[in-house]
Ligand binder design. Structure first.
Ligand SMILES: Cc1cc2nc3c(=O)[nH]c(=O)nc-3n(C[C@H](O)[C@H](O)[C@H](O)COP(=O)(O)OP(=O)(O)OC[C@H]3O[C@@H](n4cnc5c(N)ncnc54)[C@H](O)[C@@H]3O)c2cc1C
Length: 621
């Protein structure tokens, strides 16, 4: 049984990887433990959020599936941080997790070039450092030139609920035990991490009248650039907000001695930014209450997910703490919360293509690389699939830079710095976040998606038009001036704007704090005829012109700096300010340029700056 590409795992990373590989024309096999669970949301029934929304838009702009699936199955859509700057806004949707899973499973099964096998991969087969295939528990031997491992939380997965322990990849699913050993035997450095989830509650047993209503946006926007905005009108369901209280905290605290997190039962490191409720109560003892978001899991809303209440406390404690929350006094638990520990591969074992450095043709993507979240997983799966396919075509890899995409930041962080705790994306991780907005992800990335054959002609044409309208609009605003004449000031007043006293460009007027696209249409009729997303783009770029230019200059400086040659005779140990680890790595790898140095794991931007200064001094000697 011969394939071009084998993808192990039908989670969020595996779906994107296998779809991309098949769509790029390669005979692909997706092997997964349960076909039924392809696209399952292991934890919260939601896609996107701050910085995660950026990743979903970028996956979409490159030709991935996550945004389209979300639009098709979403039950609530919101733009977070709407009152803040466009760079930090984030799209988020509640999904019907059953329908999302079925959508993805059917899509995968209906895709040409893509086959599915419900088996458990136990062994990776190599020959002289090159991948040749995999062997499953049924002793089927599948051959392929490229293998992408996307096994999520399944590698030696161990579940904890109080004192109860169970080997599982997710609750009720087999763990993946032998594969972990196989990866280790190839010399890959591995570690152990932990994550957790909350209990799910029977909707009939919740008194929503005691909770705050959290509706979706009045005019919801789709996630995908390919979903027409005009016809997007999903039927939305509300979420609710509840709070923990002192009683809840007392119940949790008095059961710390039974919490696997504190008793030493759990060894893996958990997500610092998404802690369990027992961890929150322990770390923030002075906090009077914590928010809980009560979210429907499906359109039928028969079960609710309690976002913010992840726990591995024993079942009786879970019930007591839930009953202490207003509106959940009589709540019935359908599924208990749990923690899971699992093995992961140290991502510094990977190149920027997500191929392992030690085994040619073997790629890893998703939670196995130490990340957490569907979006982080999907983004890596997409890139691993693209790069495995490009390698099969003998073409240059697609490596997105930090100034091009959050995906670039994510992968660069992972492969150069590694991670000791579950890594999730934040807007603060991106140095050039004003350039990496959700709204311009298509302008940044769709040309790449088109070039490699993942984006169709029509979508590409639309993006080219948006780019053209953006350039035309900005040029018009910058080169058209208003004088402080009576007519002009009367016009400004009529659109609710302050009068002017000097001649100013339209761009300066648009840059005012409360300027809107509606006003823009009146101020510049040329722009009024453009498409809605072009107008929004022009507004943002005109408003933040100075900051955007500053970031572009920084990028140019960085690009220039990266080409600088490191003198071969340079003595790294004499450079003050570099850590011993950095010196040791520079001595070991002897990078010829600053760019090559930046590719070495553990070489931070601060270390590069210091090196840059010393190169200048060295060259002057
Ligand atoms: C209990 C729990 C709590 C979580 N909490 C959070 C959270 O709070 N926040 C957050 O952002 N994320 C959370 N996550 C993580 C989120 O679910 C993952 O980040 C995301 O699903 C990772 O996607 P993935 O594709 O890498 O792996 P998964 O979605 O886990 O998919 C892995 C796939 O690999 C398959 N597989 C595994 N081993 C083999 C094998 N040997 N052979 C064949 N197939 C195999 C499995 O069947 C599965 O289909 C949680 C996950 C769990 C389980």
């Amino acid at each position: 049984m011969k394939y071009d590409v084998i993808v192990i795992g039908g989670g969020h990373a595996g779906i994107e990887a296998s779809l991309v590989s098949a769509r790029m024309g390669h005979k692909t096999l997706l092997i997964t433990i349960l076909a039924e669970q392809i696209g399952a949301a292991s934890c919260n029934p939601a896609i996107g959020g701050l910085a995660k929304g950026h990743l979903v838009k970028e996956i979409d702009a490159l030709g991935g599936q996550m945004a389209l699936a979300t639009d098709a199955t979403g039950i609530q859509f919101r733009t977070l941080n709407i009152s803040k700057g466009p760079a930090v806004r984030g799209s988020r949707a509640q999904i019907d997790m059953d329908r999302y899973r079925i959508y993805m499973r059917n899509l995968v099964l209906n895709t040409d070039n893509l086959s599915v096998a419900q088996e458990i991969v136990e062994e990776i087969v190599t020959q002289e450092g090159k991948i040749t295939g995999v062997i499953t528990q049924l002793k089927n031997h599948y051959h392929a030139q490229k293998v992408i491992v996307t096994t999520g939380t399944f590698l030696k997965g161990l579940i904890h609920i109080g004192e109860y322990k169970q080997e599982a990849g997710r609750v009720g699913e087999f763990p993946s035990v032998h594969l972990s050993a196989s990866l280790k035997s190839m010399g890959l450095r591995m570690g152990r991490l932990k994550t957790g989830t909350c209990a799910r509650i029977d909707a009939k047993s919740i008194d929503f009248s005691k909770m705050e209503l959290q509706p979706g946006d009045e005019n919801p926007l789709p996630f995908s650039f390919r979903t027409p905005r005009e016809s997007f009108s999903p039927h939305q369901l509300p979420c609710y907000i509840a709070y923990t209280n002192q009683n809840t905290h007392t119940i949790i605290e008095s059961n710390f001695h039974r919490a696997p997190l504190f008793t030493g039962q759990i060894e893996g490191i958990g997500p610092r930014y998404c802690p369990s409720i027992e961890d929150k109560i322990n770390r923030f003892r002075d906090k009077e209450r914590h928010h809980l978001f009560i979210e429907p899991q499906t359109r039928e809303a028969t079960e609710y997910y309690i976002n913010g209440f992840s726990t591995s406390l024993p079942p009786d404690t879970q019930l007591s703490m839930i009953h202490s929350v207003e509106g959940m006094e009589n709540a019935k638990i359908v599924r208990y919360g749990y923690a899971i520990e699992y093995d992961y591969v140290d991502p510094t074992e990977l190149r920027h293509t997500l191929e392992t450095k030690k085994i040619s043709g073997l790629y890893c993507a998703g939670q196995i690389n130490g990340t957490t979240g569907y979006e982080e997983a999907g983004a890596q799966g997409l890139m691993a699939g693209i790069n495995a396919s490009l390698a099969l075509r003998d073409e240059e890899p697609l490596i997105l830079r930090r100034d091009e995409a959050y995906i670039g930041v994510l992968i660069d962080d992972l492969v150069t710095k590694g991670t000791k705790e579950p890594y999730r994306m934040f807007t603060s991780r991106a140095e050039y976040r004003l350039l990496l907005r959700e709204d311009n992800a298509d302008l940044r990335l769709t040309p790449y998606g088109y070039k490699i054959g993942l984006i169709d002609e029509k979508t590409h044409d639309r993006v080219v038009k948006k780019q053209r309208e953006l350039c035309e609009g900005l040029e018009y605003l910058e080169n058209t001036f208003l004088t402080p004449s009576h007519e002009n000031n009367a016009f400004l007043e009529s659109i609710g704007e302050e009068k002017i006293t000097d001649k100013v460009s339209l761009q300066k007027i648009v840059a005012r704090a409360d300027f809107t696209t509606q006003k823009l249409e009146k101020l510049a009729p040329l722009i009024g005829s453009f498409k809605e997303d072009s107008k929004e783009q022009i507004l943002v770029e005109a408003k933040y012109k100075n900051y955007i230019e500053k970031q572009k200059n920084q990028i140019d400086y960085m690009k220039e700096m990266m080409n600088i040659k490191i003198p071969p005779l340079m003595d790294f140990s004499s450079i003050s300010g570099l850590s011993n680890e950095v010196v040791e790595k520079l001595q070991r790898f002897n990078p010829p340029t600053l760019f090559a140095a930046s590719e070495i794991s553990g070489i931070t931007p601060a270390a590069l700056d210091i090196l840059h200064i010393y190169i200048k001094i060295f060259n002057k000697k």
